[in-house]
Design a protein around this ligand. Sequence first.
Ligand SMILES: *Cc1c(COP(=O)(O)O)cnc(C)c1O
Length: 284
Amino acid sequence: MQASPLSEFFLEGREFLVKRDELFDPFLSGNKYRKLHTLLHTPKNRYKKIISYGGTQSNAMLAIAAMCKQKGWQFVYYTKPLSRVQKEQTFGNFYQAVALGMEHIALESSLYKEYIASLSVLKEEYTYIIDQGGADVNAHEGLEVLAQEIQSNDGGVKSLATPSGTGTTALFLARALPKYRIYTTPCVGDVAYLKEQMNALASIPANLIILEPQKKYHFAKLYPEFLAIYQKTKAAGIEFDLLYAPAMWLALLAQTQEKILYIHSGGVSANESMLARYSQKFSL
Ligand SMILES: *Cc1c(COP(=O)(O)O)cnc(C)c1O
């Protein structure tokens, strides 16, 4: 696989570089592509079925669906019940994942937690379980490949940035690149929760800097300033996702000064359904 390219990017009078990890594939891209590296390089006959669970519009879900289609693996995905709007939608990550062959199982909300906890106990042969959001200990291998690509072409920049959900990407990247400063910000929960999630995977190195958001944001909620920075970055030439990137860009613009290499984390496929929500809420 070829290395993803770097692009110059100018925003609010500052110069950035963007590592274009969103360009790999429309569905299997960004950090989900990196996290699935090990499975993507696993021989087809090693597994028959992949199981995962989590959000109904998750980028990880869509990336896994695209991988399973490529590999000829069955993909079973568990969620809480879908909203009626989502069931009927003919666009968005869920719709695309089903079109790629994903088998969806909606669990009653009251049973969800217990059932998910039992998945690893019930696991059959030739089956692999990927935790929510692709938070997998094997994710480090793909992030080491990304780290090597950066080391061989960093445009002279020593500060990197990428937004966090589970924190898997930022953590393994920081561990693989001790000579660089890695900025991230929590998009799901607060700084304490992010640190807890990271510590469950591996110890947090000193070169990983977690920027506190300017205000408390709730994941997948709609904020006018998120839409505004999305539009600004798009007008500047690169489309980013609406769930994670806005908080990262806002934190970088407010709290850093140096030239930064931003690692595009993907997720652009979810923008159509997010923009539909934005236009309904703010009657655009
Ligand atoms: C999943 C995702 C993230 C968060 O990645 P983690 O490794 O879970 O921290 C960030 N940005 C986008 C677009 C994502 O899809």
